[in-house]
Design a binder for this molecule. Structure first.
Ligand code: NI
Length: 259
């Protein structure tokens, strides 16, 4: 099974991240994609990818870290993409949830600059969007219309089924995590059932959004199995068939295979 998105660089793993990284395979996680959110986290993701065979890195500046964004930061991100196992730019996007966030203008500037970088380098992008569904969609749609090869993953997708279908028309992917196991999560469950099987990825977003039965505790890559079980159950599918599909989708989205 693959965890398509998580953050083992997070301080929640200061005590045991290398133990977790070294044990991924033994824990049933064949590949792990460590996603950056600022320069330091991105560099740590690159370091993990160099040290561990089955770990890949995604580098970029999160909208809530947009204050860190500058031309110099962009050049540092670009330099990191030269490393062999950096497979995407992310997580990038827009986040209007907090009152003290970087301004919408600063967020959009950082977002667009990193989208341009991804286009220049022909890399896929991993998108974080919160309370900015329409704006994010409009921006990504415009990129897709301009650049045929442009590819995006909406990570921890939390939008509506209708919006998900619009993203599918653009050829994009979504990933779902622990929220799909929460009792009160109606929309993510609808999305999990409705999304085409060849466009769905599974993730933990660890250390956040821990699936049931561990909700409230620290998340980690191996818990992706609980999300997989839940989604297979919701879709009325065999777990094995679901995982086969989501694993293949992950490797295809990150351009590690041709299928
Ligand atoms: Ni994340």
């Amino acid at each position: 099974m693959i965890d398509a998105h998580g953050h083992l660089e997070d301080q929640a793993f200061d005590q045991d991240r290398h133990e977790i990284l070294a044990n991924l395979k033994a824990d049933g996680v064949d590949y792990f994609f460590n996603c950056g959110s600022n320069l330091e986290a991105s560099q740590m993701a690159v370091d993990f990818s160099e040290k561990y065979d089955n770990v890949y890195a995604i580098v970029g500046i999160h909208p809530l870290d947009a204050d860190e964004f500058s031309q110099e930061a962009l050049e540092k991100i670009q330099a990191m993409t030269k490393k062999e196992k950096v497979v995407a730019i992310g997580e990038i996007g827009l986040d209007n949830h907090y009152d003290d966030s970087p301004s919408p203008e600063d967020q959009e500037k950082a977002f667009r600059a990193q989208l341009d970088l991804a286009v220049d380098l022909d890399l896929p992008v991993v998108i974080h969007t919160r309370e900015a569904d329409q704006k994010t969609f409009d921006i990504l749609k415009a990129y897709k219309e301009k650049y045929q090869n442009f590819s995006a993953l909406l990570h921890c997708y939390s939008g509506s089924v209708e919006l998900m279908r619009e993203y599918m028309k653009l050829g994009f992917y979504i990933s779902l995590g622990g929220v799909t196991t929460f009792k009160n999560a109606k929309k993510p469950k609808e999305v999990a059932v409705d999304v085409p099987l060849d466009r769905l990825l599974l993730e933990t977003d660890c250390p956040y959004l821990t699936p049931e039965p561990f909700r409230g505790k620290r998340n980690q890559p191996k818990y992706v199995a609980y999300t997989a079980e839940k989604i297979a159950d919701l879709r009325g599918m065999d777990l094995e068939d679901l995982v086969k599909a989501t694993d293949a989708n992950t490797l295809r989205f990150y351009r590690l295979t041709n299928d």
